[in-house]
Design a protein around this ligand. Structure first.
Ligand code: UD1
Length: 441
């Protein structure tokens, strides 16, 4: 790989539709909430459909901005994507001849980079923009690029674009990552399904969304085995076929609603929630003293009014099966309601603790020690405030904090939360919350 310059120079981000949420807090949430399909699984499944020219059908896809970006990106490539009804998408990548993923897609959504592996594997070349995406840490893609090179691709970097080619066919090989990477694993996996020979990916991410992708790829005819929890082996095939798939539930959305019920002292039942994928998070709920019980596919949460009985605890984010970094922000809101000092150790991304400054503006007692460590001391009452979302997960957590706070909050930057939560204000309204979105011109 040549010339890995940081991007980007002349590109101007298109203006976003400014939107805010207005929340009247201090009301316990009550009722049932359906948990949507997983964002992180859906994006990779839609990308996987380009591995075949046959039609693939996905149900339980969340209606969120990131899915729309992926669908538009696929359509721009010439892929036919139908949307026959809510949460259902059909993808047919028959004649794709425009193998270019532009900066416009990459700047909107880092996950557009997941198209590198499947396009390269099926068509032998692609030009793809270096992604921007969330403003959390540096978020490099070097490991994806190195994995493709390990599978025989030639990749050059010029002016913010990776020019990747694999004349003939990708060649299988050993892909060894220096650190666990979710999308890196998925890109290598997608590429390996059509590569010539036997690929071994290690350490492979163990996230349930990776396993959902594996189960879809198997339906397509791919030969994939997890030979140990962190090793995936793939026997490349010449062709894959179309398949149907129902996306797994979104464990991050589920965790967000569990905390919302806990911090408002409400009683909420999460319908079709992914209990089995939330072990590390539910263990934290247990330590804090949030009454949660599983009832078949549902999760019932009975929050403690006022929250004064919750106990402080230390948390450390880690790759699955550890506590998801995406659940660190909502968990932090809860820890602010607990008695005592909790330490938050964020191991995955630097800059993912910065949002705690906004939580502090709402009254939480936060001490950010460095890029990876913070403490939060409670219980401190939250007060309605005007705050700004900086990314998706922190944004949803500020809404949760506002629901628990006394008085009115205005949370700017609502577009961040639209990226990953389907109809979030409708779901909270149905739980008796007072929330509305307001356009800011
Ligand atoms: C995915 C999820 C994101 C989640 C994250 C960690 C999607 C669309 N996003 O992101 O919601 O927060 O997993 O669970 O599925 N790294 C490199 N070089 C690379 C790739 C990653 O240094 O080429 C580093 C990252 O900076 C980070 C770590 O590896 O420190 C793990 O990141 P990774 O697992 O790759 O996150 P994503 O797959 O991008």
């Amino acid at each position: 790989m040549a010339d890995a310059r940081p991007f980007h120079w002349e590109y101007q981000e298109p203006p976003v539709q400014r939107e805010a949420f207005r929340v009247e807090g201090g009301r316990p949430l009550r009722g049932d909430v359906p948990i949507s399909g997983s964002k992180n699984a859906s994006l990779k499944l839609l990308a996987a459909a380009v591995l075949t020219g046959e039609r693939c059908r996905f149900t339980n896809v969340p209606e969120i901005a990131d899915v729309r970006v992926m669908v538009e990106t696929l359509r721009d490539l010439g892929v036919v994507v139908d949307h026959p009804g809510p949460n259902t998408y059909e993808v047919a990548a028959g004649d794709v001849d425009w193998l270019f993923v532009p900066l416009e897609a990459a700047a909107k959504m880092r996950a557009s980079f997941i198209l590198l592996g499947p396009l390269l594997a099926r068509f032998g070349r692609v030009i793809i923009s270096n992604p921007g995406g969330d403003r959390i840490g540096r978020r490099p893609v070097n490991l994806h690029v190195e994995a493709m090179e390990r599978l025989g691709a030639e990749i050059a970097y010029r002016n913010g674009y990776y020019f990747a080619s694999a004349p003939g066919r990708l060649r299988a090989g050993d892909v060894t990552f220096p650190t666990v990477t979710v999308m890196g694993t998925e890109n290598a996996l997608l590429a390996a399904t059509l590569a010539d020979g036997h690929t071994r990916i290690h350490p492979a991410a163990q996230e349930p969304e990776v396993d959902d992708l594996i189960s879809f790829l198997r339906k397509m005819g791919a030969e994939i085995v997890r030979t140990s929890p962190d090793t995936i082996e793939v026997e490349g095939r010449r062709r894959l076929r179309g398949a149907d798939h129902r996306v797994i539930a979104d464990r991050i959305e589920a965790g967000t609603f569990i905390v919302a019920a806990a911090v408002t002292g409400g009683e909420v039942t999460l319908r079709e929630a992914p209990c089995t994928h939330l072990d590390a998070f539910l263990e934290v709920m247990d330590r804090v003293g949030v009454p949660v019980h599983r009832d078949g596919d549902d999760i019932c949460v009975r929050g403690v009014p006022g929250g004064g009985e919750y106990r402080a605890t230390d948390i450390t984010t880690a790759p699955y099966p550890g506590l998801a970094t995406d659940l660190q922000p909502p968990t932090a809101v809860l820890l602010g309601r607990a008695v005592g000092t909790s330490r938050i150790h964020e191991t995955i991304f630097e800059d993912r603790l910065e949002w705690l400054e906004e939580l502090a503006r709402m009254g939480a007692q936060v001490d950010i020690l460095d890029d990876h460590n913070a403490t939060i001391t409670g219980p401190r009452p939250l007060r309605g405030s005007e705050v700004e979302m900086s990314d998706l997960r922190a944004g949803a957590s500020l809404i949760v904090a506002a629901l628990a706070a006394e008085g009115r909050s205005v949370i700017h930057g609502a577009h961040h939360v639209r990226r990953g939560y389907e109809n979030i204000e409708r779901k909270f309204l149905d739980l008796d919350a007072r929330i509305e979105h307001v356009s800011e011109g």
